[in-house]
Design a binder for this molecule. Sequence first.
Ligand SMILES: *Cc1c(COP(=O)(O)O)cnc(C)c1O
Length: 378
Amino acid sequence: MTPKIEAFLKDAEKDSPFLVVDLDVVEDRYKRLNSAFSEGHIYYAMKANPAKPILERLNQLGSRFDAASLGEIMQCLETGVDPKRISFGNTLKKKKDIKAAYDLGVDLFAFDSEDELDKIAEAAPGSRVYCRILVNRHGAGASWPLSRKFGCSSAMAHELLMQAKAKGLVPFGVSFHVGSQQLDPAHWAKAISDVATLFDALGEGGIQLQMINIGGGFPARYQEDIPSLEEFVDYIKEHMTASFGEKWPEIYMEPGRYIVAEAGVLQSEVVCVSIKDFAEEIRWVYLDVGKFGGLAETIDESIVYQMVTEYDDQEMGPVIVAGPTCDSCDTLYERTYFQLPLALKTGDKINILSTGAYTTMYASQGFNGFEPPKEYFI
Ligand SMILES: *Cc1c(COP(=O)(O)O)cnc(C)c1O
């Protein structure tokens, strides 16, 4: 927790749940990645947290933006982002949205199928396109895998990028995503090598691709220690050289979680502490925020957040942590061995760390009548 956030939480007696985001941490993470990987261009994956103050700060710093929908593109444009700095990176787009984006000046589109390519060729003629390939199909190493749904085989990418040219588009590059909260850098190595093979094969056919998009996946710190960002970047650069030699194509990257997760703290209140039988030791701790209030990444207990209370120097005991709604899936940690202080009681505050990414945007509109968490930017 940063001193700024600590001061904010001390001063403000605000109704929970709410998320507070320290924009200086966002700036710090952007700068750290930008300086570690100065050869690359950062396309911030907006879906992690598209709040206007975050977009404004990143735009001032020179970031580019990876948008998933026309809505996100509009949010960028309202912030004053140059449409030439936006990538429409979702491989699933309605044709009318592709056309609207193109009319607004966006000229870079992702695809992973012939159907999508045809839509882009018709709705955004002459645009630059990049093909997403399927890597790390089983999501190994990633706490929040998202790789199985997207991407095509390299052989198919080869064929589709040739078709792209024939359809009047600019075959610009290849992208992949190794899975979110990826803790093992080795997954980038294999993917980079696959992309280099594709570059060579297309080059022989007279198509010179210009860009490799290494996606997102850089981790944030939750409960466990993680390798440093620099370890990932150095490793990726080594493998760029191993696969491409000294002459690299343009490198795009799409960090989301890494940029914003650690900038946010979600404050929650304990609604109830209970046991299911007098003989039981394990307590149930119910919070005023759960899966429907933004903690969706606790699905399958994938992301295990660190929770801070005022009694952390006192004796701890095992708990099951759950949200406030009348839905039994709204249990956060049951399999994960989770401990909270024995002194914790109804009405106490719990600060949930590293919640700047993939939280508030996931919150339901008011399931069970619970408002989504408010957001403060400092
Ligand atoms: C979600 C997503 C990202 C961001 O991933 P992080 O793991 O948050 O860095 C980047 N690119 C694409 C295409 C995505 O879908």
